[in-house]
Design a protein around this ligand. Structure first.
Ligand code: KQY
Length: 372
């Protein structure tokens, strides 16, 4: 597909909110044994369950390496489209394209630079050259034109309300391991140009011990214009408490692009949860990949859910807190069916359901990928 020379904003495109209608959802198959225990089998079952849950609401496509195609097909619901696609790991939110729309049925994709959450300065694995190609390949399959953004960024580092507001964290976007040459004002300028937003709300740090350097998609998200839900703990001595409190205050003081104050709902957090000795023992250690020792605090958050057409697919992480979190989500999304999927195996790899999915917004259907 053509790579476009201008920016989405200059062409009248913007990123729609996740709660707007979708044409479908993309995922990648988890395979690497240094990130997913026991040769990734438990994670594959969890990903397959997430895909089946989303497929109740919208079409799902999954990229898998050639050698793993047959076993993935056997685990996946028949409704799911499986395609061969090389990748280094399975975080479609971060390596896939960010889709933008023009309000008249046009859909295009933004392809950010990806450096495995920090490159050689704190990144999670090396190399990441196949991940870097995923956004482009998805756009080829979707038949959508591509913008190449001059910015290291991951899809999990941004949330938008679809009405001109972006929500981000300083911990990720101003981290010296992403775009050290850019000032905050220059980062904002790129967000305006590539997401089509006019207002950026900056939170401070992300969820405690989040290896992405504090992605917003684990901490807070828009549930509709003017409304945000925030990961929250009442545990006074938990280091997460001060992080959530600071986010709460910043959200309270913020105005969105339309000048509205935000309504903020606290979504209780699970745990604290840690990596067990047997879970850690199931990993095949490899030089160049972040080690995951037993006892490590896991960055567990119910905010990492996926909004599908008519549904919410939420992670089940802790039997003590899952029911309360589901109740809050049902209240926040009265028109959608809330479906819980056991997600500890995804959490062990460093993220959750939102991180492994990427929505394709609804657009005018292409007759064939070559038709412009
Ligand atoms: O937060 C996300 N969007 C992705 C988490 C990636 C973790 C890598 N191990």
């Amino acid at each position: 597909m053509r790579t476009l020379a201008r920016t989405p904003a200059a062409d009248g495109y913007h990123m729609p909110a996740e709660f707007e209608p979708h044409d479908g959802c993309w995922m990648l198959w988890p395979e690497r044994p240094d990130n997913w225990r026991e040769g990734a089998r438990p994670a594959q079952r969890a990903f397959a369950a997430v895909a089946a849950a989303i497929a109740q609401f919208e079409p799902v496509s999954i990229g898998v390496s050639g050698p793993r195609f047959t076993e993935a097909r056997a685990l996946l619901d028949a409704r799911i489209r499986l395609l061969e696609m090389s990748h280094d790991d399975s975080w479609m939110r971060d390596v896939g394209p960010t889709f933008v729309v023009n309000g008249r049925g046009g859909v295009r994709g933004v392809d950010w630079h990806f450096n495995a959450w920090g490159g050689l300065n704190g990144g999670l694995y090396f190399p990441w050259d196949q991940d870097e190609l995923v956004a482009r390949k998805v756009l080829e399959v979707e038949g959508r034109e591509r913008y190449r953004a001059p910015l290291v960024l991951e899809g999990g580092a941004i949330h938008v309300d679809g009405q001109g507001t972006a929500l981000v964290t300083e911990e990720t976007l101003l981290n010296p391991n992403r775009n050290p040459q850019l000032t905050r004002a220059q980062v904002e300028q790129h967000l305006r140009a590539y997401l089509g937003v006019t207002q950026v709300i900056w939170l401070g740090r992300g969820v405690y011990n989040d290896e992405t350097d504090g992605h917003i998609d684990n901490l807070a998200c828009f549930v509709r214009p003017g409304e945000v839900c925030l990961a929250w703990t009442d545990r006074a001595r938990d280091p997460q408490r001060a992080i959530s409190q600071d986010a709460w205050e910043r959200l309270h003081d913020a105005r969105d692009a339309r000048g509205r104050r935000l309504k903020v709902t606290r979504l209780p957090m699970p745990g604290p949860l840690t990596m067990s000795a047997s879970e850690a023992a199931g990993l095949a250690l490899r030089e160049g990949t972040k080690p995951r020792p037993a006892g490590d605090r896991l960055a567990a958050s119910y905010v990492n859910f996926y909004i599908a057409n008519g549904g919410i697919v939420m992670p089940l992480l802790d039997a003590r807190t899952d029911p309360a979190a589901a109740r809050v989500l049902k209240r926040l999304f009265p028109g959608r069916r809330v479906v819980g999927v056991p997600a500890r195996e995804i959490l062990l790899g460093g993220g959750n359901i939102h991180c492994i999915t990427q929505q394709v917004p609804r657009g005018t259907r292409r007759r064939s990928p070559s038709v412009r």
